[in-house]
Design a protein. Structure first.
Lengths: 233, 827
């Protein structure tokens, strides 16, 4: 089996439910999917369809009630939270809708965070390079509050790529941006994804954004409704 | 009523919120701290007044050079008080062809109203009794020895023949340290019939009264409105036991300050919790407003909830305060014997009221602003708060704090000093914390990631960090003052009194006994013998004007002018005396000179160069005020208000006062020595000093744990700050966990954050305690060489850092376990 046919991320018969005041609520039901290395993959669906829960499970932020999730050959449901944190630090990058930058750290310090967590000795120069790659080399000493929404998301993208993750998870990356800025940010995200040979998994409402991915699935009440091949940009 | 029900329902629903629990805990702590201290202080005050009453022989009285008009006693009896009349005067007694000058107290049969009159019968059996019946007299041991008499034998006193009914062992107002003549107690009827109290007598009359505190207070109020006869003055328990009072007053002031600090810190915790509560309630209030609830009703609901929380919390605080003060009182058991020990309720009730004032004062501003949230805020969060440069509402907590400081310190001046000191410590803490944060920015790039994250966390919550550092500093400062500085000060004070400081006084030594006494004392191991002449005289004129033609604005001056004064002379300035004006005369000045104590300067308004005239026995002496001395009256040395030069005063009739050091365990040979010199009175200073120390120690031990309140209040502020920042911390933890941070990395960052915070607080507290210690050492204890111990303070600062770090880690334990999935849910 060559590298492109082997899946980097695989979900087999994954279900997740929560208990509420009115009893058990199924959020995901028997989800199966396989994502290959370097592929871009979109998860779409209406609010409450289970998109974010699926993203969280694929990224190892949570564990399924039943079924199995393999990330780069590791069965996530068999690992405890500390082991999954280790795996995330090595293999995973994140971009969030609300950017989630720490307000008291400069742009550069925010980008340094994943490198520092893994104990890298060259955190600063690598963070600088990552900021330059997103066009913010000159603003590295600025605090998040001094940056626009688009700039903050570019810092978040630099942070997501800086430690060379194998897979990047993006949760509504353009949700808090205007259309034009969102478009620029998306271009950047896809370009870096291509350059770094990273696998991209994103959750979005934006049909145009989903269409730029290699493949997309649509979730409805926790089930995979359709799987569609996209139109690569 | 409907609003109250709604408020109660809200409270029940929201009781699980940490903010409301912090509000309640802060109120309980404030009430307990203020209540315990106030209740104990009231009890000790009562105990001291009662023991002072024992010394007076009644609860209150009037002393006068003439017989008092009957209306004063009648007014007392009208108020249900019991009364007794006494008169004291010197008189010569005759027996077996011998004469002896006696200090006589004549009284009616009710004497004493308070305290005990201890007597001994012919067989030597001790018993408690009352004043003698007409025809009888009691004599003390010295009088019996001097006149060679026994109980049951007759003597002549004031021209009447009286039978000695008992030996006088102890009488309530016989506690004066330097009683000069042997004492006798006789019936007032006999004294009147013998003409001892008529015109021209030197008798000093006393009316003593006793009864319920309310009745005594009422009579006192009446007397203060009534003109007292010339030379008469009130005798109050407050005037007695001055030295013990001073110790208690200092301890009391310190404890009140601690309680005040705890209450103010609780106020800070309340303010933080109320801010957080207001933030949490913003969207709910916006919704209520959008649904048509008026601003007034919203405010009413918020205040109703606060009230529903305050009443049970204040009640709990009140009960705890009463229980704890009762416990402390039991720990200090037998502090005062024969005391009324009822638990006073008023101080705790006042503390509860003060606690509620603190709660409302500190919680009102954010809640009042919360009620102003506009209905449109349901759509746009950004319109919820109008930022104001100056918000007058925030003056309320400042005013409440100032009011509290004023009520606890009792004087505007002291309140000002206290407020300034608190502000000073707060400023130092804030400056140090700000410096640390600034330094953090400089050092951070190269620092360890955990340290950097910790520093970043402190910087992120800059104002909260400053508040936490300040509150912890104040709490720790109070604790360090008591735990480190106070023992060092006491140690220093004890070292100031060398081991061979005189511990015995001998009075009434005659000229011809001096050599023999010195020799005999040396044989039994007495050391450091020092003899001072002691004369008794009266002030007759100031600057040539006879004393009876002078009017003194200070009533104490009139009293002293009328009194027999103890005078001495010395060529050298005695220890524990300091000349603060003029020059010490030395052994042989050209003209007679007298040195006066500052108290005399203040009472009489005297100055250098004034001329004072005295009658001493048959002789007289005119002397110029050559110097003014500051005397340390707490030094337990022999000191005099008036000291003459020996060249001019040496010829006055006098006896000698000897002070010496006798190592412990020499009581028996000393008793033998005292029998050989039967006119001598021996006073054991050690036991007096020991009694004062014992009482201060007992009170100190009983109330030391009150200091813990201030630390607890500091911890409460830390908890409130942690609660206020919990959501933010959880968010950060979730982000870092998502990025792959291990739990121990988060814990290391939190440990760094709180250790730095603790270090700032500990350092500020150590500096504050050292500064306060220096001031206390110099200004209060007069130990010029006192230096606060640097190492224990430094260690305490480090210890504080450790404790704060552990507390912080405990408080953020849950945060490090935040599931990373939370971050996606927050989107």
């Amino acid at each position: 089996m060559n590298d492109s046919s082997r899946s980097l991320l695989e979900a087999c018969d994954v279900s997740k439910s929560v208990s509420g005041p009115e009893g058990r609520l199924d959020i995901l039901r028997h989800v199966d999917l396989r994502i290959r290395p370097g592929e871009s993959f979109a998860i779409v669906g209406a609010s409450g369809s289970g998109k974010t829960t699926l993203l969280g499970l694929l990224a190892g932020l949570d564990t399924p009630d039943s079924g199995s999730i393999q990330l780069d050959g590791h069965a996530l449901e068999q690992l405890d939270e500390e082991a999954r944190a280790n795996l995330r630090r090595r293999l995973v990058g994140f971009v969030f809708q609300s950017f989630h930058l720490l307000p008291a750290l400069t742009a550069e310090e925010n980008v340094m965070l994943p490198l520092e967590l893994e104990g890298s000795s060259a955190a600063r120069p690598r963070a600088r390079t990552a900021l330059e790659a997103v066009g913010l080399g000159a603003r590295r000493r600025h605090y998040p509050a001094q940056l626009s929404g688009g700039e903050q998301q570019r810092v978040a993208i630099a942070r997501a790529f800086v430690h060379g993750p194998r897979v990047l998870f993006a949760d509504e990356p353009t949700g808090n941006l205007d259309q034009r800025t969102g478009h620029h940010v998306c271009d950047l995200l896809f370009a870096l994804n291509r350059d770094h040979q990273t696998t991209l998994v994103l959750v979005t409402h934006d049909a145009a954004l989903a269409a730029r991915c290699d493949r997309r699935i649509e979730l409805d009440e926790g089930r995979v409704l359709t799987t569609v091949a996209g139109t690569p940009a | 009523m409907k609003l109250l029900r709604l408020a109660l329902r809200t409270l029940r629903r929201e009781w699980h919120l940490p903010e409301l629990r912090t509000l309640a805990a802060s109120l309980v702590l404030a009430v307990v701290a203020l209540g315990v201290v106030a209740t104990l202080a009231a009890r000790i005050e009562r105990g001291m007044l009662a023991s002072a009453a024992e010394l007076i022989g009644g609860d209150i009285g009037i002393g006068s050079p003439q017989t008092l008009p009957a209306k004063f006693a009648a007014a007392g009896r009208q108020r249900g008080l019991t009364t007794t009349d006494t008169a004291s005067f010197p008189s010569v007694a005759f027996a077996h062809r011998q004469t002896q000058l006696l200090d006589v107290l004549a009284s009616d049969k009710h004497y004493p109203l308070r305290g005990t009159l201890q007597l001994s019968d012919a067989a030597g059996h001790a018993y408690n009794g009352h004043a003698p019946s007409p025809g009888q007299v009691y004599l003390d041991h010295r009088a019996l020895v001097a006149l060679n008499l026994k109980v049951g034998q007759p003597l002549q006193l004031g021209g009447r023949e009286l039978t000695i009914a008992a030996e006088l062992l102890r009488q309530p107002d016989g506690g004066e340290l330097l009683a000069l003549a042997p004492r006798a107690l006789m019936s007032l009827t006999d004294a009147e019939q013998a003409g001892l109290l008529g015109a021209g007598s030197r008798a000093r009359h006393r009316l003593l009264l006793a009864g319920t505190p309310a009745a005594v207070q009422d009579w006192r109020g009446w007397v203060q409105k009534t003109a007292l006869p010339q030379g008469a003055e009130l005798i109050t328990p407050e005037q007695t036991q001055q030295r013990m009072r001073t110790a208690f007053d200092r301890a009391g002031a310190f404890l009140r300050l601690t309680a005040l600090l705890s209450a103010l810190l609780a106020g800070v915790a309340i303010a933080l919790a109320a801010q957080r509560y207001a933030r949490r309630k913003t969207s709910e209030v916006a919704l209520l407003r959008a649904l048509g609830t008026s601003r007034r009703r919203v405010l009413g609901l918020l205040l109703g909830t606060l009230g529903a929380l305050a009443l049970p919390a204040a009640t709990l605080g009140l009960l705890l305060a009463l229980a704890l003060s009762q416990l402390a009182w039991l720990l200090a058991n037998q502090l005062f014997t024969n005391m009324p020990t009822a638990l006073p309720l008023v101080p705790s009730l006042a503390a509860a009221a003060m606690g509620i004032a603190v709660l409302i004062g500190f919680a009102l501003p954010p809640l009042a602003r919360l009620a102003e949230v506009p209905p449109v805020a349901v759509f746009r969060q950004s319109v919820t708060r109008r930022v104001r440069r100056f918000d007058a509402l925030y003056l309320i907590p400042v005013l409440v704090a100032l009011g509290l400081i004023w009520s606890q310190s009792g004087s505007l001046k002291l309140a000002g000093i206290l407020a300034a000191s608190l502000f000073g410590v707060a400023l130092v803490a804030a400056l140090l914390a700000a410096c640390l944060l600034w330094l953090a920015r400089r050092v951070a790039p190269g620092a360890h990631p955990a340290l950097r994250l910790g520093l970043a966390a402190l910087a992120r919550r800059r104002s909260l960090s400053l508040i936490q550092a300040t509150a912890l500093s104040l709490g720790l400062c109070a604790l360090l003052l008591l735990a480190v500085v106070a023992p060092a000060l006491l140690q220093g004070w004890r070292q100031e009194l060398p081991a061979d400081t005189p511990n015995w006084f001998a009075l009434n030594l005659e000229d011809d006994q001096r050599a023999g006494f010195a020799h005999d004392l040396a044989v039994i191991g007495g050391q450091q013998l020092n003899m001072l002449p002691l004369a008794v005289g009266k002030l007759t004129a100031i600057n040539g004007t006879p004393i009876d033609r002078l009017h003194f604005s200070d009533p104490r001056a009139a009293e002293w002018a009328d009194r027999q004064l103890r005078l001495s002379w010395s060529g050298k300035l005695p220890p524990s005396n300091k000349v603060i004006a003029g020059q010490w005369a030395g052994p042989d000045p050209a003209q007679p000179e007298v040195s006066i104590d500052t108290r005399w300067r203040d009472m009489f308004g005297m100055k250098i160069g004034d001329r004072l005239s005295f009658n001493v026995g048959e002789g007289s002496l005119d002397a110029r005020v050559g110097s003014i001395r500051q005397v340390d009256w707490s030094s337990f040395r022999v000191n005099f208000f008036l000291l003459f030069d020996p060249a001019h005063a040496g010829g006055l009739p006098h006896t000698w006062l000897a002070s010496f050091y006798l190592p412990p365990g020499h009581a028996r040979p000393l008793a033998k020595l005292s029998r050989a010199y039967s006119n001598l009175s021996l006073i054991d200073v050690d036991s007096l000093l020991g009694r004062v120390r014992e009482i201060v120690d007992r009170v100190g031990n009983a109330v030391r744990w009150i200091l813990g309140f201030s630390l607890l209040a500091g911890a409460l502020v830390l908890a409130a700050a942690l609660a206020a920042s919990a959501a933010e911390r959880r968010h950060e933890a979730a982000l870092l966990r998502t990025l792959g941070a291990r739990r121990h990395q988060l814990r290391a960052a939190a440990a760094c954050e709180f250790a730095l915070l603790g270090l700032v607080a500990g350092l500020t507290a150590a500096l504050g305690a050292a500064g306060a210690g220096l001031w206390l050492g110099h200004a209060v204890f007069h130990i010029d060489s006192f230096v606060p111990p640097p190492w224990p303070l430094a260690l305490a600062a480090l210890g504080a850092a450790l404790v704060v770090m552990l507390l912080g880690l405990a408080g953020t334990r849950k945060v490090t376990r935040t599931p990373p999935m939370r971050l996606l849910r927050e989107e």
